[in-house]
Design a protein. Structure first.
Length: 339
């Protein structure tokens, strides 16, 4: 009789390295840390005793956002594309993956780069977390819900996304990033977090990035017509940057058994675009009038987070009302345009 085949040998699944703590201060690596939200996270982490390494290729970020940290011994900046291999000496405790174009103008001009940072960049950032035994957080987006058929949006909703439309490069890059993050969590045991960010505003936004807050504020400060797309009945919910960063920080530090599941962070107070335009005119004292233009393809008609999960596991909800958050935001834009 022929010999029986040898039993198939299987290799054990790789697991993440043991968590290694830095001797004195936790070490955080932030991809996209020179951007709008990433730079605000840098400030919070430094204030809370972290050593921070920022990795950013400055395609949409700016050293203006982190120049005040020059000379800080706990801060290091590396200019690098996150889609390239990431190597760092020493321990790393937390990897915060913020890198990605995030405004319609950016990802419509940079569709391939957007897809690469969501796929290859997330892969490299997860690889760093796996190698260092670090906890990993991916900044996903409310755009994973697409033009939602469920309102408000809960984390259990799978979305209504056009994968081949002009916004698909951003929507699908984030949906892939979430899937890859969960794969590393299940297959390699990486301690992961997924935050779905809803509309956020505050100082350090770029004037011409195409998002509604800088668009409306810059138009109002220049007394130019405020451009509202469609009939203006589409809705958004606006969260001030410091509120959002606090929620993200709590999610990263959360030890709840369900913390690896996606979590919405945003403001559930909903406004139509017409209401928001009128609020900006009032807050700036502008003489602007409102004009209408056709609604872009696949632009969501409604956007409001259900933050029940954040309230339950993070004890978080936004604290800063729109009228209060617009004061420093408008002051920042006024300084940028000299109005």
């Amino acid at each position: 009789m022929p010999a029986s085949p040898s039993p198939r040998k299987t290799s054990p699944k790789p697991t993440s390295a043991p968590r290694r703590r830095s001797p004195a201060k936790p070490v955080s690596v932030i991809t996209g840390g020179a951007g709008f939200l990433g730079s605000h996270l840098v400030d919070v982490l430094l204030a809370r005793g972290h050593r921070v390494v920022v990795i950013d290729n400055l395609i949409t970020g700016s050293t203006d956002n982190i120049q005040h940290l020059a000379g800080n011994p706990d801060f290091r900046f590396i200019k690098q594309d996150v889609t390239e291999y990431l190597y760092l000496d020493g321990p790393v405790d937390f990897v915060w993956h913020f890198a990605s174009p995030a405004s319609p103008i950016d990802y419509l001009e940079l569709p391939i780069q957007t897809l690469k940072v969501g796929s290859l960049g997330t892969h490299k950032a997860l690889g760093l977390a796996l190698t260092k035994g670090a906890r990993f957080l991916i900044t996903s987006t409310s755009e994973v819900y697409g033009d939602p058929l469920v309102h408000p949006q809960t984390e259990s909703y799978w979305g209504n996304v056009n994968p081949i439309g002009p916004r698909g490069c951003y929507d699908e890059s984030k949906r892939f990033a979430e899937a890859l993050t969960m794969a590393y969590h299940r297959e390699h045991g990486v301690d992961t977090r997924i935050v779905r960010i809803f509309n956020t505003y505050g100082p350090r936004m770029r004037l011409e990035d195409g998002r509604v807050v800088p668009a409306f504020v810059s138009q109002a400060l220049r007394n130019k017509p405020i451009t509202v797309f469609g009939d203006g009945t589409q809705t958004r919910s606006f969260c001030f940057a410091s509120d959002l960063i606090e929620g993200i920080y709590r999610l990263m530090m959360c030890k709840d058994a369900s913390a690896s599941n996606p979590c919405n962070i945003g403001n559930p107070h909903e406004l139509t675009m017409l209401q928001f335009a009128e609020e900006i005119i009032r807050a700036t004292g502008s003489k602007s009038r409102i004009v209408h233009k056709p609604l872009p393809q696949d632009d969501p008609k409604q956007r409001r987070p259900d933050i029940t999960r954040a309230r339950q596991i993070l004890q978080w909800e936004p604290q800063i009302p729109l009228s209060e958050g617009l004061v420093p935001t408008i002051a920042y834009f006024r300084s940028r345009i000299g109005a």
